[in-house]
Design a protein around this ligand. Structure first.
Ligand SMILES: CC(C)(COP(=O)(O)OP(=O)(O)OC[C@H]1O[C@@H](n2cnc3c(N)ncnc32)[C@H](O)[C@@H]1OP(=O)(O)O)[C@@H](O)C(=O)NCCC(=O)NCCSC(=O)C[C@H](O)C(=O)O
Ligand SMILES: [Mg+2]
Length: 280
């Protein structure tokens, strides 16, 4: 079960001290410290030191901290990986993963640091099963901008098969899956619709580009009061049914079986983990 909250995963350019500082007070569950696309080529080398200093200074609380490096097919990738391995972070996020060999190559450089993969190339999506089954992989983040570019997709629906295929692979491997970004960061209605869609598909959270997007993602990917109340009532009804020798209960006119109790317990565990994170 994935109990560490990942409702909101905010990209922060590793080259921007002001944004790195601001992130200490933001309500994101995951911070994606970026050395890749959010950093211009002329700022990439200096960004490593800027980011290392920010992480060493700390203040990011219990949020999950991942460092996105440049790919090993670029001049920066290997040095980024070496630098990230020495930073106090929870994992290294690898862009444009095409197959498990890309993970092996980074694993050889970073040692025991957990790996995360950006799923954003057609080949990577086709190889999602072997990528997600990699023993070092802790989670995936969808890269819908790169994916749309490579597919020629003009809408989210054009990427739906890829999104669901990657989600299936992540679930089969028991790892976390975070949805792609919504670029129009001033369009709250659009973000809400896309978060609702991602949650309905099964994603654990949404990657974000601006602090203004945090509240919507946290609300939609977190259990609501109604979800928590239903989970509690399902557990109570099922326990009562079991005590009476029944294998099935009924709540709000719907059957409740053991598998629903697994989901209900996960909902309560997620709510507790969110409360713990927010009070840290
Ligand atoms: C999109 C932005 C360039 C907008 O920046 P800005 O014009 O500064 O916005 P605001 O003036 O509204 O900012 C208000 C304050 O918020 C801070 N801020 C802004 N963005 C962030 C952030 N991401 N993290 C932390 N803090 C942030 C500003 O500093 C302002 O603070 P203050 O001065 O104290 O008031 C900008 O949001 C941005 O750069 N966003 C990140 C873009 C990014 O990371 N892009 C790459 C990742 S997306 C991607 O690559 C996905 C994937 O690979 C794919 O293929 O899909
Ligand atoms: Mg990308």
């Amino acid at each position: 079960m994935r109990h560490r909250p990942t409702r909101s995963a905010l990209y922060i350019p590793g080259s921007k001290p002001r944004a790195l500082d601001k992130a200490r007070d933001l309500t994101c569950d995951v911070i994606l410290f970026d050395l890749e696309d959010a950093v211009s080529p002329d700022a990439k080398i200096a960004a490593r030191d800027t980011l290392r200093a920010a992480l060493e200074q700390g203040g990011y609380g219990a949020r999950m901290t991942l460092v996105r490096i440049n790919g090993f097919d670029t001049e920066w990738g290997q040095d980024d990986a070496r630098a990230a391995a020495a930073m106090p972070c929870d994992g290294v996020l690898i862009p444009k993963v095409d197959g498990p060999a890309d993970l092996d190559a980074v694993a050889d450089v970073v040692g025991d640091v957990p790996l995360w993969a950006m799923m954003e190339t057609p080949l990577g999506v086709l190889n999602a099963q072997t990528i997600c089954a990699h023993p070092r992989l802790a989670g995936i983040v969808m890269g819908t901008n790169d994916l749309a570019k490579d597919l020629g997709a003009q809408t989210r629906d054009g990427m739906r098969t890829a999104l669901q295929h990657c989600l299936l692979a992540a679930r089969a491997a028991g790892i976390t899956a975070i949805d792609g970004v919504f670029n129009a960061f001033k369009d709250d209605d659009g973000l809400q619709a896309e978060c609702t869609d991602g949650r309905a598909m099964g994603f654990d959270g949404k990657s974000l580009i601006h602090p203004a997007q945090l509240d919507i993602a946290n609300r939609i990917f977190g259990p609501s009061e109604a979800d928590i109340d239903l989970a509690r009532r399902q557990i109570a009804a099922f326990d009562a049914a079991a005590a009476a020798g029944q294998g099935v209960a009924v709540v709000d006119g719907r059957i409740v079986e053991n598998l629903h109790i697994v989901t209900a317990r996960a909902t309560l565990a997620k709510a507790e983990a969110i409360t713990a994170l927010e009070t840290t």
